[in-house]
Design a protein around this ligand. Sequence first.
Ligand code: MAN
Length: 348
Amino acid sequence: MKDLARRFPENPLLLPKDISPSDPGLQVISLLNPGVFRFSDKIWLLVRVAEGIGQKEGMINFPVLNATGNTEIIEVPLNDPDLVAGDARVINYKGLDYLTTISHLRLLSSVDGINFKEDPAYPGLFGQGYLERYGIEDCRVAQLGSTYYLTFTAVSDSGVGVGLKMTTDWQHFESPGMILPPHNKDCAIFEEKINGKFFCLHRPSSKDIGGNYIWLAESPDGEHWGNHQCLIKTRTGLWDSARVGAGGAPIRTERGWLEIYHGANEAHQYCLGAFLMDINNPSIVLARTVDPIMVPIETYELSGFFGYVVFTNGHIVNGDELTIYYGAADEFVCGAKFSIREILDALE
Ligand code: MAN
């Protein structure tokens, strides 16, 4: 297995202690999976900040947004027979699923792509309304002309779906609401129209027949999506046997649209791979990597809030150089460089 990533020696670039909590009553538990874009001569990250409160002896607690938009903490004794808590990320209480943390998105910028800072002129984005009661997560950013399209995971007791916001200045946002209903996430919009239409990759999950596969959809306006087609499935016995999901916006190359994606196995170990779509008709998959192009190997990828995870949903392209920003072990934000040619050569 060949890991093609050249990790930044400065990794992790951002740790939970680098970000102040959104409320003095909360703690930043982890930083994850940033959306990435260029704006006003800088590189920006839209980092997912997961917050909670410190654990008390013998108790478990989890945050949700109440009807007024404020964070409310639900606390349950660990020995409560109605509690099922086996995964650091989710719990089930009285038959309902909850997240152990609540996420919002924070804007940080950098001139060198390594040192990122917040600017009070660009406040964070928080869940709003009942479809975002458990927060907003894992943003992808696509720039078409001067408009940025932010797709993100909206989480609530009603399900997990894809929300959309649009902006031109990162201070004012428009939103048509949820564009892909539950269960759906990992939505990456192409940064160019193809034959006059918007395209996106997305990941609906089918519980019974079907699975966690990457789909393609098209749209006249970026808000209303149709002509859904299933593109990439999980592969039994391989590193991406349980789930696959798109990374950042597809990358235009001379051989087609290149997509970096994440795949996980039954043990919830997350690696990155790649596939290639036809430049004029992205419903045609031309090639895919058999082995991952990046696997968790560094300590900061192997242990953290949820270990053995590398997960990307944003990058910067500069000629042959692809810089991905990624979440490591669901706790740290890191960076790594790839050669696009090396990834294309690894496709089969
Ligand atoms: C899911 C999402 C991601 C997370 C991975 C790994 O796909 O919650 O945000 O990084 O799981 O835990």
